[in-house]
Design a protein around this ligand. Structure first.
Ligand code: F0G
Length: 452
């Protein structure tokens, strides 16, 4: 008999890594009730109160379940305006996580994006990325700059493991010809399926960018998930922390929203070793966020993040995390639902254009699936496609983001069951049109209606 039975050896068995200490009751409504709610919400799931949601896969951002140790550490909070001891613990944890010397807390990822956009760009500048996430994309546009996505040409190739990569040839060509202010690598590549970025690709992108003397930025809010995927793909025997540091060694600025891999509810930070950038960042942190030893965060937030960043380096946790995401991906795949494969770190992305053949992207086919998932099962997901990016959409996807340590394997089986019901009547999915939406962030604000 094989006596080795650590969590890692139990890869063949779907067992939870955590047990409950506090629970929250979920609401199961009737389909008729949900139809009413959808109408009132103008068919935009951002408008639905969470009490009407059964399984919330809208985002993995800030929706994480905290650990007993995070909760108890939170009680050590020090809310001093300057030099709080909670800041000291936050600082140590952030430095340990990303291996940069200077750390500026901010209230969440987009606060970092706003500060970096203001420091690094002028109107008309181009900002290249493997794929910008929607907040950064909109913020650069707001600053009258041009965010451009150049994902690897292999991003649709099922056998390609690092679909989060950037197109190195295009990068060099654009840097040599265009007015580029800086390059942002999003790790993992959220908008393109939560796909990992290869260390080699990152290193080369960094070298090319530095050849043209431009700033290289990592948006690393899911870099721990990238590290476990990288470790598995390459059979590396390095620790998660070592792998993360190998990535962060190749950037001028690292920033992250700690609402993701920080396993916290709020927060983020900007990190650098570049002494010339420090006064510029510090000044804007003070103007927009708060004194640089709290930067928009309470002491309680900083305590939660400090412990969360430590827990994010635990390999058992990361194995459990990506195994759960893969579990849902496998269930859907086995039912013949087209998904982005291999599944990435934080979410399963359904390829809505392949699933719903009778509708066009302009019918908001992804949103149509999002609406049906709610109507039939109370599941909240998000469209990543024509509604989010309009004509800039690279693909039409529906993201099922899995909050960290929050749902069980059984919950995910329920999600797959609802998909099986949708599949049976896929041709009933309706086209939608937008009645009203804000210009820069249409998916958050759009009011929609069925075309018939
Ligand atoms: N960068 C990436 C890659 C993100 O996924 C997000 C947020 C941000 C930056 C902005 O961070 O929310 O703290 O301001 N993504 C969330 C999501 C909202 O659902 O994927 P934030």
């Amino acid at each position: 008999m094989d006596l080795k039975r650590t969590f890692k050896d139990l890869d063949f068995f779907d067992v939870e890594l955590y047990k409950y200490k506090v629970v929250e009751k979920i609401n199961f409504l009737s389909i008729e009730e949900r139809e009413e709610i959808l109408k009132k919400a103008n068919y935009n799931l951002f408008n639905i109160p969470s009490k009407y949601i059964t399984i919330d896969l809208l985002t993995d951002s800030g929706t994480n379940t905290i650990s007993d140790l995070q909760l108890s550490n939170m009680m050590l909070y020090d809310e001093s305006y300057a030099g709080a001891s909670s800041y000291e613990r936050f600082l140590q944890a952030a430095k340990n996580f990303c291996n940069k010397e200077f750390i500026f807390p901010v209230h969440q990822g987009r606060a970092a994006e706003k500060i970096l956009a203001e420091i690094l760009t002028k109107p008309g500048d181009i900002i290249i990325s493997n794929t910008h996430f929607d907040t950064g994309f909109a913020i650069y546009k707001h600053f009258k700059a041009n965010p451009i996505n150049i994902p690897t040409p292999y991003y649709k190739d099922e056998k390609y493991n690092f679909k989060g990569n950037i197109d190195l040839e295009k990068l060099e060509e654009m840097l040599s010809k265009e007015n580029v202010s800086h390059v942002v690598m999003t790790i993992t590549n959220n908008a393109l399926g939560g796909q990992p970025v290869d260390l080699e690709n990152l290193k080369q992108a960094y070298r090319i960018t530095k050849k043209y003397n431009k700033i290289f930025v990592i948006d690393g809010c899911r870099i721990a998930e990238n590290a476990i995927l990288y470790k598995k793909i390459t059979n590396s025997n390095k620790t998660i922390k070592e792998i993360i540091h190998e990535y962060t060694n190749f950037c001028d600025i690292f920033y992250m929203s700690t609402k993701k891999d920080g396993i916290a509810h709020m927060g983020g930070f900007i990190a650098t070793n570049d002494e010339l950038l420090i006064p510029k960042i510090r000044q804007l942190v003070i103007l927009y966020e708060g004194f640089p030893t709290y930067g928009g965060l309470s002491g309680k937030d900083m305590e939660l993040i400090a412990k969360g960043l430590e827990e994010a380096l635990d390999e058992d946790y990361l194995n459990y995390r990506i195994k759960q995401v893969r579990f849902l991906g496998d269930l859907l795949k086995d039912m013949g639902i087209p998904i982005i494969e291999p599944v990435g770190g934080h979410a399963v992305f359904v390829n809505a254009s392949e699933f719903i053949k009778h509708l066009k992207p302009e019918d908001y086919l992804g949103q149509s699936l999002v609406i049906e998932l709610y109507r039939l099962g109370g599941i909240r997901s998000v469209e990543v496609g024509y509604l989010m990016y309009s004509k800039d959409a690279i693909m039409n996807l529906v993201r099922l983001a899995i909050p960290r340590r929050t749902y069980t394997y059984k919950h995910l089986e329920y999600v797959a069951y609802i998909f099986s019901l949708i599949k049976e009547n896929i041709n009933n999915l309706k086209p939608y049109r937008i009645i009203e939406a804000d210009e820069l962030v249409p998916h958050f604000t759009a009011k929609l209606e069925p075309v018939y």
